[in-house]
Design a protein around this ligand. Structure first.
Ligand SMILES: Cc1ncc(COP(=O)(O)O)c(C=O)c1O
Ligand SMILES: [Zn+2]
Length: 419
């Protein structure tokens, strides 16, 4: 039998995983499971028609018949003359992930995760986050029966789940503007146990990280060169983790001579990783946590990344990079510049990159000659297009309870234009 092209191993206790089961964490020690390719046998197929086929040797799927494309990627990567000049950078490159099918980089993990799930026989999974991933998963599942997806959100995030109502997409909305993501996750966990449906796993899902790394590999292939810095607005930073792993893989394959320094950005109102890294702490401690975080960078509002940050601490240190926080005003100014100078309509989460670059150039952290890749991870969602069929979940004396299905009419486009 042919040697498998990759193996899965726990980065903490080294346990090797065989077979095609879906694991998020190691069953012995709870560690992150990492994928290791036989890089001598890996190639990029530059003639392939889809991104997933092009990078198929570097994604965690054995059988090519299991590859699912939702047309993610193939996004522009351009040298930014105008913004670069304003920022004082001679070699600034923008990876414009707003051009993905649902407007964010999260379409990339959606197609890799679905391919990975197909191979492992997972056909129904849950997610509970701030909207972009759930929306990307929903579209990918709708396009690929029989996949089913159950989404759990607090009311405040409903406007960010933008997809058509569909019999295989189930949305559960916990009512109350003050409902936290943690409450939505707790309800989701209970539902998963009762219904025997797995959570997709977020950072701990190999397919997520491996899907996100493709934005970086694609940028390298487009400009046919490496970068000194990789800059991204982060929530857990799974994208940056993937990018750094991808850079190491390209080094082993002889495509790159170096991996980039990671410059990871958070909004000042929710910056637990910035706080911990600033103290050189390899873990998130109580005083780094942002309870009920708020801010304009919606997609980055994760106040307590205690499970994932220790992995990030290691890679950011190894890369020689750093974390930066930026204010709401700095984000808004950067967002205007991205639109005016580069014509990119970026969301606030993505605009944190440009805000951070200003600071990093001013402080001397980045030299003007360095090659900088800023990943513009997404655009705003259209709140009027939020999913219009969902199950209400209400607080009762016995905890959260489902309270019936809501079906809202589609918004009238003409009315919106007139108002
Ligand atoms: C537009 C956008 N930017 C950045 C992020 C944060 O990325 P990561 O999950 O890699 O921290 C997200 C995550 O949802 C996002 O949707
Ligand atoms: Zn382990």
């Amino acid at each position: 039998m042919a040697q498998p092209r990759f193996t899965e191993r726990c980065v903490k206790c080294n346990k090797q995983f065989t077979g095609q089961i879906f694991n998020t964490k190691c069953d012995v020690c709870g560690g992150l499971i990492e994928i290791e390719y036989d890089l001598k046998r890996c190639q990029v197929d530059h003639s392939a028609s889809s991104v997933i086929a092009k990078y198929r040797d570097l994604i965690p799927v054995h059988d090519p018949d299991n590859l699912i494309s939702v047309n993610a990627g193939n996004t522009p990567c351009m040298r930014s003359e105008r913004l670069g000049k304003v920022l004082g950078l001679d070699n600034l490159f923008l990876k414009d992930e707003t051009k993905n099918p649902t407007g964010t980089v999260k379409d990339r993990p959606a197609e890799v995760v679905l391919s990975y799930f197909k191979e492992r026989g997972v056909w129904h999974f849950t997610s509970s986050a701030t909207g972009n991933s759930s929306t990307a998963f929903a579209r990918a599942c709708i396009q690929n029966p029989p996949f089913e997806h159950s989404i759990f959100v607090g009311e405040r995030w409903l406007h960010r789940i933008t997809c058509d109502a569909h019999e295989r997409i189930h949305v559960w909305v916990l009512e109350g503007r003050d409902v936290t993501t943690l409450e939505a996750i707790a309800f989701s966990r209970k539902w998963e146990r009762e219904n025997n449906i797995p959570p997709e796993g977020g950072f701990f899902n190999i397919g997520r990280r491996e899907g996100l790394k493709l934005a970086f590999l694609e940028a390298v292939d487009q400009v046919e060169s490496g970068f000194d810095w990789y800059i991204q607005g982060v929530s857990t930073a799974m994208g940056a983790y993937g990018a750094f792993k991808g850079a190491r893989e390209y080094q082993s394959m002889g495509v790159l001579d170096r991996a980039p320094k990671l410059g990871l950005v958070q909004e000042a109102t929710c910056a637990p990783q910035v706080a911990a890294f600033g103290e050189d702490s390899p873990t998130i401690e109580e005083h780094h946590v942002f309870e009920n975080p708020d801010g304009v960078a919606d997609a980055l509002l994760k106040g307590n990344p205690k499970d994932t940050y220790p992995y990030m601490y290691k890679v950011v240190r190894e890369s020689g990079g750093t974390y930066v926080s930026v204010t709401r005003e700095e984000i808004h100014a950067a967002r205007e510049q991205l639109l005016e100078l580069e014509g990119i309509a970026a969301c606030c989460a993505s605009s944190t990159t440009v805000a951070a670059l200003k600071k990093m150039v001013a402080s001397g952290a980045i030299d003007r000659k360095e090659r900088v890749l800023a990943v513009i991870t997404g655009s705003d969602r259209d709140p009027s297009q939020h999913i219009r069929r969902y199950t209400r979940v209400v607080r009762t004396d016995n905890g959260w309870e489902p309270a019936g299905v809501v079906k809202l009419p589609k918004p009238d486009k003409n009315l919106r234009k007139a108002s």
